[in-house]
Design a protein around this ligand. Structure first.
Ligand SMILES: Cc1cc2nc3c(=O)[nH]c(=O)nc-3n(C[C@H](O)[C@H](O)[C@H](O)COP(=O)(O)OP(=O)(O)OC[C@H]3O[C@@H](n4cnc5c(N)ncnc54)[C@H](O)[C@@H]3O)c2cc1C
Length: 482
């Protein structure tokens, strides 16, 4: 949680569960890391976190092509991204030599990648795991599995930088980024250091929580497009096959796994995979197709505006409660500012839709906006922000990760870190399942349920600390629901 007023977690049981989760994540990481280390011992002197010298040339060629063609890649990009198939069948795409990669699990013999034209005549491409959605959660799973030597398809609907809301992360993100081996790449991206949070919650005065004493240093205000792009790029560097501008069209059970039809920029692409990962965010496209329903807890939406370069404001996230919801604002790199009004969908959003959100009843936020002075870059976007969890985060041959599995209230500032941590846990579960461990997927699903239960305890605690508007539906519902 952003922890209005800076208090600590309320529930000792939750702390114990979190410790358990931490231990589980550590062992997960160890198992993925162990596989990587085993492969390193077998294959020579590669640097941990490095995609591997022996396929470096092919990958460089691949990335030059991605740079040239953009994420969408086009026909050539799609074929290059599936280069391992070409290589395995003697094709001359960027995968030359890549079929020397030690492949864990049993992906089966790779089929030629025809990719376009009459889909009925095409033999599907093979992968061990198809990850649908390349936000932070999907990129993390793909990166770890690809690094461990599995053949991973990563399909992303968007063509390039997208409007991804969510920019404030606490110091703890460092742990996840280091485990992923991407902390240096993250530092090179020029995100803005965050010193802490200020919140007017329960009282009109703002109280601060400093990151000064965090063992991991400061937090960060992210340039979110850059953050997501870097994670995708790192997944590619580890060998994941990224298909941009590509969405899941059909999903059907097939012998030994799944048959997927993807719709890419140049037509349909068919794949055969053993496992499918739902990393599609709140849509939970795969999980819903697999029959797992999402259970929303409330109707929270964010009315979000980005303000262009303005005056310097304090490098802290500011939270301010008001009668029908709450505001947050945070500075961003390049002297921008993000402003969001969090309220329930319905009559309050109609008020917001009448024009850009105006923090008239949130004086600290109003003062910050005036001080910054930057113009709104576009009309306000209204985005869903409700808490929700899948009935089951994993089933036979599939699992969900990140927001698809469990999405949390932005008050927590935990969405991104949680997406990365779930990515670590999911990669461990999939690696074990590919190795024949039947208990790995159910254990993963239990872990997600347990994380969500902990989160609900924290959410209740923080919303109950704001008691100034006892007749407000917004607050009353949160006390009851919790
Ligand atoms: C208003 C608001 C404020 C927030 N603020 C914060 C914050 O300050 N700090 C924080 O940590 N978190 C915040 N969050 C939450 C955070 O943004 C999310 O938790 C995080 O993005 C989850 O990552 P993800 O990878 O699970 O999903 P996403 O980031 O949503 O990524 C899903 C990806 O899947 C792709 N996709 C979807 N469907 C398909 C398909 N059919 N085929 C192929 N691709 C598909 C999408 O294009 C997208 O790239 C906020 C959220 C909201 C709504």
């Amino acid at each position: 949680m952003v922890r209005p007023g800076g208090q600590r977690r309320p529930d000792a049981r939750a702390g114990v569960r979190t410790q358990r989760l931490g231990a589980a994540l550590r062992s997960t990481q160890q198992s993925v890391g162990d596989q990587h280390a085993r492969r390193q011992r077998r294959d020579g002197d590669r640097v941990p976190g490095d995609p591997g010298k022996y396929r470096w040339r092919q990958l460089q060629e691949h990335h030059r092509a991605v740079d040239r063609d953009g994420l969408s890649g086009g026909r050539d990009g799609a074929q290059r991204a599936s280069g391992r198939q070409g290589a395995a069948t003697g094709g001359a795409e960027c995968g030359q030599g890549v079929d020397q990669l030690p492949v864990q699990g049993q992906g089966g013999a790779a089929a030629p990648h025809l990719g376009h034209g009459n889909a009925a005549l095409m033999a599907p491409c093979d992968a061990d795991v198809a990850v649908i959605g390349a936000g932070p959660a999907g990129a993390a799973v793909a990166l770890l599995l690809a690094r461990a030597g599995h053949r991973v398809l990563l399909a992303e609907r968007d063509t390039g930088p997208r409007l991804a809301v969510g920019e404030s992360v606490g110091p703890g993100i460092r742990v996840a980024l280091e485990r992923l081996g991407v902390f240096d790449a993250f530092l090179a991206d020029g995100h803005l250091e965050s010193l802490g949070n200020m919140s007017a919650w329960g009282t009109p005065e703002a109280a601060g929580r400093d990151f000064l004493f965090s063992p991991y240093g400061n937090g960060w205000h992210l340039e979110r497009g850059r953050f997501d792009a870097t994670l995708r790029r790192q997944a590619q560097l580890c060998g994941a096959m990224l298909h941009g501008a590509t969405r899941l069209e059909q999903l059907a059970r097939a012998a030994g796994g799944w048959r997927l039809r993807l719709a890419g920029p140049d037509g349909p692409l068919d794949w055969h995979t053993r496992f499918v990962v739902d990393a599609t965010g709140r849509r939970a496209t795969v999980a819903r197709r697999c029959g797992s329903a999402r259970r929303p807890l409330d109707h929270l939406v964010g009315v979000v505006t980005y303000h262009g370069a303005g005056n310097k404001v304090q490098c802290r996230t500011l939270i301010e409660a008001e009668r029908d919801g709450w505001w947050y604002s945070a500075p961003l790199p390049e002297a921008r500012l993000v402003l969001a009004y969090m309220t329930d969908a319905g009559r309050h959003t109609r008020r917001a839709l009448a024009g850009p959100p105006r923090p008239d009843s949130a004086p600290l936020t109003h003062a910050r906006l005036v001080q910054h002075g930057g113009q709104a870059e576009a009309a306000a976007a209204i985005v869903p922000a409700y808490s929700a969890c899948l009935a089951q985060a994993a089933g036979a041959g599939w699992l969900a990760v990140g927001d698809a599995a469990a999405s949390v209230d932005p008050l927590s500032s935990q969405g991104i870190v949680s997406a990365l941590e779930q990515g670590l846990a999911a990669a461990g579960a999939l690696a074990a399942a590919l190795g024949g461990d039947a208990s790995a997927m159910p254990a993963y699903a239990d872990r997600i349920s347990s994380m969500y239960a902990d989160y609900l305890v924290q959410r209740a605690h923080y919303y109950r600390r704001e008691q100034r508007w006892p007749d407000s539906d917004f607050w009353r519902q949160r006390w009851v629901n919790a």
